[in-house]
Design a protein around this ligand. Structure first.
Ligand SMILES: Cc1cc2nc3c(=O)[nH]c(=O)nc-3n(C[C@H](O)[C@H](O)[C@H](O)COP(=O)(O)OP(=O)(O)OC[C@H]3O[C@@H](n4cnc5c(N)ncnc54)[C@H](O)[C@@H]3O)c2cc1C
Length: 406
């Protein structure tokens, strides 16, 4: 591989792989391609905002869980755990790497009677993949988390190990520093067009807002909540839209009397976790609709009308809290089935999707980047098989549903 560019325009006129979007997904793929001795091509990452301050990655709540319903999602997150454990060795440059600050706090999914069947099914799937999870009865819940109101609960699922929170920016930076060190070039520009063959069955060039045009063998769509606009450039269907998600950080006057609060998913959809020395909560908005990708307005009423009441109901000590700060970001939300779309487009085989990660893309980035690198290099998946996430199901309108969505 050649090139060590640190921003600015592209230095060459042609690249083997052009990745559009340089946040956690784009940079993970760049990292894995550049680490793979069998991939001997060049890589250009085009990123329109080198601060990443509006990327989902940096606005994420940055947590990892093994508690999904689909084995492929469980395996991707279990690989995240492995990758996190050896992050320094993987991404270090001259002995330096960003600090991920992983905190192993667990996730706790709460359920009423209605939710218990799904909780048990998910539990079986998680155990069969080797996840360390336990089903808790209301009595066990009360014994363990005495500060929690449990009268309306029928049970819960608790992650016993390897679930928790990390620093999202550091994860992205780790991929970037090592990819750059390996020769990946980053250009600061916005992709505005894709040129194709007359039959429109191959992408030949990538056009940028600056006027730069580069030829490419393949292009990978890692544009997060804007993914649909990139797919539109080659007339490919992609039911992925930006949906707003808020995060509220608050201070609790009276410390909770008991063990650390895991990332707890309430039966209302509200979730809350520790963010030492504070707590962090969020909830899907009542009107969960597509928004403009430039819309970063905090929905204040969501806190007052829905999140805080749900918090107080579940943990009465949260009656006396003060919000210290809050922000919103966007999920890249797949309206067909909440699952990611990964792999080439049948109609344009050198256009690759890496999209639709909703609220779990950060933890999937290491596994998805590795898998997509295999598909590009060997034309097959060699570690985690992501074929169920392929674009063919979008074309066929056949959902591949993930049930454990936050
Ligand atoms: C509030 C919130 C909480 C979350 N919590 C979690 C969590 O706990 N755990 C978890 O795993 N995931 C979580 N997620 C999801 C996770 O953050 C995302 O799935 C992940 O960051 C997606 O990464 P990405 O690289 O695909 O997209 P992004 O981070 O959005 O990056 C896309 C990049 O593409 C660039 N781009 C877009 N269009 C163009 C263009 N035309 N030309 C050039 N560049 C372009 C953008 O500038 C951006 O940098 C959360 C997300 C939000 C919003």
């Amino acid at each position: 591989m050649t090139g060590t560019g640190r921003g600015g325009g592209p230095r060459e006129t042609a690249y083997d792989t052009v990745i559009v979007g340089g946040a956690v997904m784009g940079s993970s793929l760049a990292y894995w391609l550049s680490e793979n001795p069998d991939y001997d091509g060049t890589v250009l990452v085009v990123e329109m905002d080198s601060t990443y301050e509006r990327a989902s990655t940096t606005l994420s709540e940055a947590s990892v869980r093994h508690q999904f319903s689909e084995p492929v999602n469980i395996r991707l997150s279990m690989f995240a755990t492995e990758f996190i454990a050896e992050f320094h060795q993987h991404v270090q440059v001259d002995g330096e790497s960003p600090d991920l600050g992983f905190r192993d706090t667990g996730y706790l999914f709460l359920a009423t009677d209605d939710g218990m069947d799904v909780l048990r099914e998910n539990h079986e799937a998680q155990r069969s993949c080797g996840a360390e999870v336990a089903l808790l009865s209301p009595g066990e819940l009360a014994d363990r988390f005495g500060y929690m109101h449990i009268d309306d609960l029928a049970g819960a699922s608790l992650g016993l190990r390897n679930e928790g929170t990390l620093d999202a920016y550091s994860l992205m930076r780790g991929f970037q520093q090592r990819a750059r060190h390996n020769g990946v070039e980053y250009a600061t520009d916005r992709v505005i067009g894709l040129r194709t063959t007359p039959a429109r069955d191959r992408v030949t060039h990538v056009e940028m807002a600056s006027g730069a045009v580069v030829a490419c063998d393949r292009v990978v769509n890692c544009t997060g909540p804007r993914a649909r606009w990139m797919a539109d450039l080659v007339d490919l269907p992609l039911p992925v839209e930006p949906r707003i998600r808020g995060a509220w950080v608050f201070d609790c006057r009276t410390p909770l009397d008991g063990p650390t609060l895991p990332l707890t998913i309430d039966t209302t959809g509200m979730h809350v976790r520790t963010e030492p020395p504070h707590y962090l909560a969020g909830m899907p908005p009542v009107d969960d609709i597509a928004v403009d990708p430039e819309d970063f307005a905090v929905r204040e009423a969501e806190w007052e009308d829905h999140i805080w009441p749900a918090l107080v109901h579940r943990i009465p000590a949260f009656e006396r809290i003060g919000v210290t700060h809050r922000w919103v970001g966007h999920y890249a939300y797949n309206t067909l089935d909440h699952n990611a779309v990964v792999g080439p487009a049948g109609a344009v085989p050198n256009f690759y999707f890496c999209n639709g990660f909703s609220g779990h893309g950060l933890q999937q980035s290491a596994g998805v980047g590795r898998a997509l690198n295999e598909l590009i290099t060997y034309n097959e998946y060699r570690t985690i098989d992501l074929s169920q996430m392929g674009h063919d199901r979008i074309v066929a309108g056949k959902p591949f549903l993930e049930k454990a969505i936050i």
